[in-house]
Design a protein around this ligand. Sequence first.
Ligand code: HEM
Length: 307
Amino acid sequence: MADKPLHLDLIDTLKDVSVRVDHVRPSHAKGVFVIGSFTPSKEAKQLSTAPHFNSPATPVLARFSLFTGIPDLPSNDPQANPHGLAVRFLIGDGVKSDIVCHSTPLFPASTGEGVLGVFKALRDNNVEEYLSTHPEAIPFFTEDRKTPKHWGTQTFYSINAFKFINAEGKSVFIRYRWVPMAGRHFLTDDELAAKGANFLFDELPEALAQGPIIFKLVAQVAEEGDITGDCTQRWPEDRKLVELGELKLTRVAEKKDLPPQKETIMYNVIPGVQGIEPSDDPIIATRGTVYTASGQTRRQAEIEAEA
Ligand code: HEM
């Protein structure tokens, strides 16, 4: 029998690590959709012709999520970190573009095959042995991750590099960051222990009632020679940071804001618009096939459950 394709092996192994169900995401299963809008800066259009960097404002459908494929994971479980932030720019006429980030600048492997090795180590409970032969994964597994006060007090990172192309055809490589306007604020261990199991979700409507959650979208711009094809290699912190615009998240999404099978919204990392292209980072193409296949499985499972 032929080997299982890489993207299906990745999805299956993720399910082995968490739960074997088809109607939830095998990673970042527990999440909440929020509505908002994105206003670009003047600098954004100098770097890229992408529509959301060149129109006055673009509506956004975002989703905050906890890590792992466990759908009822408590907000104060250590496995809930890193958190996810997926942002969909609803450009119009059916055109959309997504940025899918998580709350650490670290990632444990640079290729789809490498990530499969990480997932298998998690499944087989031998991460320690894995790390002894894969030192590039050590920072991701040993990072001391704190839980934020709420979703909007942490920075999110795209990990993968993308190519921006401007109106003169000039290009640069960038990595995205969502930087919280409220600053970075985290709970102490005691504060976290005193919180309810679902606090990040329960407290979100109240936080939004006091005002929008605002992030600056920032591009870290690579210099000549910076590696774009290996997301385990961070670029030096002195690289130029260009502010691309402001994301204002105003309310939790209601039923009317979402398609009928709401959980089947599939974010993706392939930009799909002019002015932004994937870099040579192989993880981007792998994520592209993984997210599409995973989303289709979820959609089918929801349709069957409702039939
Ligand atoms: C080869 C590498 C990766 C694999 C195999 C993988 C796998 C997955 C899968 C299967 C899903 C669920 C997709 C769906 O059903 O819609 C997912 C979602 C997600 N992943 Fe990844 N992932 C990878 C890399 C990354 C990276 C580098 C990041 C952070 C920058 C990331 C952040 C997220 C987030 C935030 C979501 C939730 C999106 C949502 O809210 O719908 N993943 N991932």
